[in-house]
Design a binder for this molecule. Structure first.
Ligand SMILES: Cc1ncc(COP(=O)(O)O)c(C=O)c1O
Length: 369
């Protein structure tokens, strides 16, 4: 079986983990947590980095310490992971989805502007599949309407927009270190910010909002979002190899592009000028009429006939949350279409060039002549 996203274990993981065991530091207060946060902040060009136990927790923490609450609207792309919606709902705020760009699949600034109301408090810009959002347009709207900006970099560690690392444009940014991410700690996340006060508040909130002057008293709502020393040790080892990981991802994308471009009915990912995508996953859209098979048929054939695992794109909210009846009747021309046509191919750092070649060959074999 060719896995859709085989993870890689970084070289120093074992040494660092043994250090945790030898020094008896397992909990979230261990030295690797501080080392990982410091190194991550430096690499991402942020003043502060705060580890969490998931990307979802990082998103919730960022929104909570920005005082997003009941009555507030948060605009987000209609094509993203459910975690983005949940983080907004945890705060009691309203999630307002808008359509995405047909080339980059990230939030469409024109749709974003149309959705702004007096209740808009924040925008969540998701750098989907490793490609940066249109930051110039989003920052121009931020200047005009004064909303808070939270960047979701869960899939885009180290991607750049006009040479600037994503995650450095808004009030806060959030990362995921889930097993399939470019940096993984198994489970985990990070929030970054350049705002000293925000960082201090989030640092307290993520561990029960313990009052530093009197432990076991709490001066506001708190969470239990800390990362262990063991996870941070793995994270630090992974961060040391981030640049190698990004080049490996880009090489994988170049290979797929070279070997799939000739197939009719496939839309390959775009990399916009002045953007550097980290190709978290290599995405393709299937045009059934030209390719000869639907997206679901392609996924099934790849799995059953070739043992190749793939994943569909995220579904638009009226599909993803159909049972919750929160978005009944809404439509998003682009998000709806890519939700039906999109899938991603094996793209993990633990996947091999031989596997990528097998995937390209399988698609070649099932495409209509
Ligand atoms: C865009 C996006 N945001 C948020 C998350 C949530 O991260 P986690 O699974 O670490 O909670 C994920 C992935 O899992 C994601 O892909």
């Amino acid at each position: 079986m060719i896995l859709v996203n085989a993870p890689r274990v970084a070289k120093n993981s074992k040494t660092y983990l043994l250090e945790c065991i030898d020094t008896n530091w397992l909990s979230g207060e261990g030295p690797f947590v501080t080392r990982f946060e410091k190194a991550f902040a430096e690499r991402m060009g942020a003043q502060h980095a705060l580890t969490t136990n998931s990307g979802t927790a990082a998103l919730h923490l960022a929104l909570a310490c920005l005082d997003i609450g009941p009555g507030d609207e948060v605009i987000l792309p209609a094509s993203t992971m459910g975690a983005c919606y949940f983080a907004i709902w945890y705060c009691g705020a309203t999630a307002v989805p808008v359509d995405v760009d047909p080339e980059t699949y990230t939030i469409d600034p024109t749709a974003l502007e149309k959705a702004i109301t007096p209740k808009t408090k924040a925008v969540m810009a998701v750098h989907l599949f490793g490609h940066p959002c249109d930051m110039d347009a989003i920052l121009a709207l931020k200047k005009k309407y004064h909303f808070l900006l939270v960047e979701d970099c869960a899939e885009a560690h180290g991607a750049t927009y006009k040479g600037k690392t994503v995650g450095s444009f808004g009030e806060a940014a959030c990362y995921s270190f889930y097993g399939n991410k470019i940096i993984t700690t198994g489970e985990g996340g990070m929030m970054t910010t350049n705002d000293d006060a925000l960082a201090a508040r989030a640092r307290k909130m993520k561990i029960f909002s313990f009052n530093p002057a009197k432990r076991f008293t709490h001066d506001e709502m708190g969470f239990r979002y800390t990362m262990t020393n063991l996870q941070a040790a793995i994270g630090l080892a992974q961060l040391e190899e981030l640049d190698t990981a990004i080049s490996q991802k880009r090489k994988m994308a170049t290979f797929y592009k070279k070997n799939l471009s000739h197939l009719k009915g496939l839309k390959l990912p775009t990399e916009k000028r002045q953007c550097k995508s980290v190709y978290w996953m290599y995405t393709i859209l299937i045009d059934q009429k030209t390719f000869g098979l639907s997206r679901d048929e392609v996924m099934e054939t790849l799995l059953k006939k070739f043992g190749i695992q793939t994943r569909s794109f995220f579904f638009p909210p009226q599909v993803a949350f159909a049972e919750l009846h929160k978005f009944d009747g809404l439509t998003f021309p682009v998000a709806d279409r890519i939700g039906e046509q999109g899938l991603y191919l094996p793209s993990g750092l633990g996947n091999t060039p031989t596997e990528f070649a097998a995937v390209a060959s399988a698609l070649d074999q099932i495409a209509s002549p």
